[in-house]
Design a protein around this ligand. Structure first.
Ligand code: HEC
Length: 126
């Protein structure tokens, strides 16, 4: 193998290495559009309250743990941590995942939308 073929090989593997996880995890750009469904109630600026709490840094945080926001007892006592997996289940069917929580949102039916929105929330939380 000459060095050009080698370099090309490395470059191609690098593209796959980066592209792979991005696809598995969803696409932040597409997620930004899906987030329009949440925007009326959720800010992305840390500490900013709308009808719901800011979603900045929500991944990894304990549900119902922002001190400036008055959560429902159901959310506060859920004992859930917002891992990507839990967030995905919540967004699919909020009222099913945490009964009696106060988020008036029916859910995102498409798995792709949920994955993309999670990627977007992650991308703005850095
Ligand atoms: C009609 C307003 C409304 C819409 C639309 C809405 N939410 Fe919410 N959301 C709320 C409220 C209110 C709460 C607090 C619920 C509680 O305390 O029971 C909440 C809570 C949450 C939480 C838990 C936050 C925490 O700090 O524990 C997450 C995550 C969340 N929403 C994500 C989303 C996403 C993503 C969307 C869009 C797909 C969305 N919400 C759409 C009102 C809304």
């Amino acid at each position: 193998m000459n060095s050009i073929t080698k370099l090309t090989g490395i470059a191609i593997s690098a593209v796959f290495l980066f592209a792979g996880p991005v696809w598995a995890e969803g696409n932040a750009k597409l997620g930004k559009k899906v987030f329009n469904k949440c925007r009326a109630c959720h800010a992305l600026k840390p500490g900013k309250k709308k009808l719901g709490p800011s979603l900045h840094g929500v991944i990894g945080r304990k549900a119902g743990s922002e001190s400036y926001f008055k959560y429902s007892p159901a959310m506060k006592s859920s004992g859930i941590e917002w891992t990507e997996e839990n967030l995905e289940k919540y967004l699919q069917a909020p009222k099913k995942f945490i009964p009696k929580n106060r988020m008036a949102f029916g859910g995102l039916k498409k798995k792709k939308d949920r994955k993309n929105i999670i990627a977007y929330i992650k991308s703005i939380s850095k």
